[in-house]
Ligand binder design. Structure first.
Ligand SMILES: [Zn+2]
Length: 356
């Protein structure tokens, strides 16, 4: 998650006024027991992600990001995918502090096409691969990267109506560069040509830090009359805006259904979002009028290691992190299958009804 963003007045105006697409509300599908998140594999992957991967400043940060890209690509290939790549140019302010022979950072993604009437509707789930200089970035955002790889592993063979893109973005920490480049070069042209409709974009950004201590959770929001804000950091927050509540409400409902014991707090009531709500890649969807949300442990509002050298794997709550991955896999699958819940009565049921 990026520390701060400076949105222009035009951006805010665009966010509030641009057209939204109609989002059909899916029915709640039956509980599934097919999700098989491999906890030990997920945690081992988290430990293997290079701990310097900012992509600029030092040779180690540059080499580490390239190594992280290769690791992700290798995992995807091993799962049977053919990953795609997109070069993302460094913005001038970091280009100045980049070794001259540094390779260009890349977005990486795989597509899982849907079948049927909804196949043109795309859900894009994202996690940024880069970290800030000086922080190993286990929570920010090794956890999101691992969750995205587990989505790739679990959803590959699942039937889908909607299409899914799993997108590992780059240079998020220096202003959402990878997500923006992807929207501009790979999504907008397809949308304009009628080859794609954006069902929504979800940014997985910090999923692994939890605490049950009273006072462990601070709020990015000012006190609101009649609203009790949580003060224990024992949940994931799904953060969006009011225009796209259908999207956030569906995803949170499916998360709760996939894992009823893991609390989810939805923050999607704002017409004009406070800046903290826009600090991840989903903001690039929102500015285009597309549904977008981030799923997060709330970063600096809970995690004392945020953007620090102490953001290490030792601070990750392994059990709750693995549980969160299962929850995300189940919810994503449900988002992709809007008509699954429309049950056709079994023949015996219909016969029975007809007989009375
Ligand atoms: Zn960050």
């Amino acid at each position: 998650m990026v520390a701060s963003l400076h949105w222009s007045a035009q951006f805010m105006a665009a966010l509030v006024s641009s057209q939204t697409m109609l989002v059909p509300a899916p029915d709640v599908p039956p509980q599934d027991d097919w999700v098989r998140v491999d906890g030990p594999r997920a945690l081992a992957t988290l430990e293997e992600i290079p701990t310097k991967r900012a992509g600029y400043r030092t040779p180690e940060d540059v080499a580490g990001l390239r190594q992280a890209e290769e690791m992700v690509a290798d995992r995807l290939i091993a799962l049977g995918y053919e990953p795609q790549f997109q070069d993302v140019e460094r913005p001038p302010r970091i280009a100045l502090t980049t070794p001259p022979d540094a390779p260009t950072p890349r977005n990486i993604w795989v597509d899982l096409p849907g079948e049927g009437d909804h196949a043109l509707e795309w859900l894009v789930v994202m996690a940024h691969l880069d970290a800030v200089v000086g922080s190993p970035g286990a929570d920010d955002n090794g956890t999101g990267v691992v969750a995205l790889l587990e989505l790739a592993a679990n959803l590959r063979e699942r039937p889908r109506e909607r299409s899914l893109r799993l997108l590992f973005t780059t240079l998020e920490e220096v202003g959402l560069q990878g997500a923006r480049a992807h929207c501009v070069e790979w999504l907008e042209p397809k949308v304009e040509a009628g080859q794609m409709r954006i069902y929504g974009g979800i940014s997985l950004d910090l999923l692994g830090y939890y605490s049950d201590e009273p006072g462990s959770q601070r709020s990015p929001l000012l006190p609101i009359d009649g609203v009790e804000q949580p003060d224990r950091g024992d949940f994931l927050a799904l953060v969006g805006i009011r225009r796209h509540q259908a999207f956030t409400q569906d995803f949170s409902r499916f998360m709760r259904e996939a894992e009823p014991d893991a609390p989810v707090v939805v923050i999607d009531m704002f017409v004009v979002p406070p800046p903290d709500i826009l600090r991840s890649d989903h903001a690039e969807f929102l500015i285009r009028g597309w549904p977008g949300a981030m799923l997060t442990d709330t970063a600096n509002f809970r995690n004392p290691h945020y953007h620090k050298p102490t953001d290490t794997v030792e601070t990750i709550d392994r059990e709750r992190f693995v549980r969160a991955i299962g929850q995300i896999v189940g919810a994503t699958d449900a988002m992709l299958n809007p008509s699954r819940a429309k049950r056709v009565p079994a023949p015996s049921e219909s016969d029975d009804t007809a007989g009375h």
